[in-house]
Ligand binder design. Sequence first.
Ligand code: PBG
Length: 338
Amino acid sequence: MKISAMATNAGVDLVRRMRRNRTTPFIRSLVRETVLRPEDLIQPLFVQAGDGAPEPIASMPGVVRHNVATLAEECRKVADLGIPAVALFPRIDATLKNPTGTHATDSANVLFAAIRAVKKAVPHLTLIVDVALDPYTDHGHDGILDGKGSIENDSTVEALCRLAVAQAEAGADIVAPSDMMDGRVKAIRAALDAAGHRGVGILAYSAKYASAFYGPFRDAVGSGKVSAPLDKRTYQMDPANVREAILEVELDEQEGADMVMVKPAGPYLDVIRAIREATNLPLAAYQVSGEYAQIHAAAKLGWLDYASTRDEALLAIKRAGADMILTYFATEVAEALR
Ligand code: PBG
């Protein structure tokens, strides 16, 4: 007979009763292992040309496409809440898109005006800018198509280098290549250094999966339709793989990345954990648009409690090993944490 399971008049005879440490909110806070802070968060923001009112995105409740002026105001609010960084994404007018995405480095690209406006309004806020061609290509891919319909690696990397240098020139603090081309971190580092931007950092989207969870984002930047999802599987990673993610991180580390990223976040907690253990670089995780939309949709149906689901999803990403989390919830969570 197992002594520990033996019931007596004095109750079950147990050496360790785990519930003792869960008795009150105070003791639970003493033994809590993970705490989410505003300083852990990065707010992604969208900007478009013109001076129209901020435009809502149907599949991302509460998220808007800003004009340059409202973007700068929003950034001031974000910084005041103690959020250290924003990640900036442009939505480009369809008439300016073409197969090679040449508007990316056009000085009239609204992104550059947005970078300058944010740096002027809130100089101390860290400004992260995505490096990829998908906002600018008419087919929505992150790179340049060759004649046969596949994405050309090396000419795309050259275009990304020009874009990253132009972003640095405009005032970006960190550039974040999200394209998944091979060798782009090394090439961008060299291009930035050659242009005198040694202080501009690189946050590499190292393990970016070909995920269905990007659907609402593609609505936001107009790069794809949910009904006919873009197939990016020749450059983004297979959701089945985790060892490959570690290889990607090792390469980006050797190529000079200052920080690495896993994306999406919630469905890839094991990948976050594996990379946390494989590198000493700071690790970001991107809770993407579809993860955000899911929580909103279920809450709207009355099937989940909104705030507690949101907070648990973010806490889990941090517990898995992320040092920082890109999330569309950043501002409201920082407000709630005050
Ligand atoms: C594209 C890019 C994507 C996201 C960030 N940068 C989408 C894609 O790869 O098609 C997705 C972000 C999100 O879903 O929130 N370079």
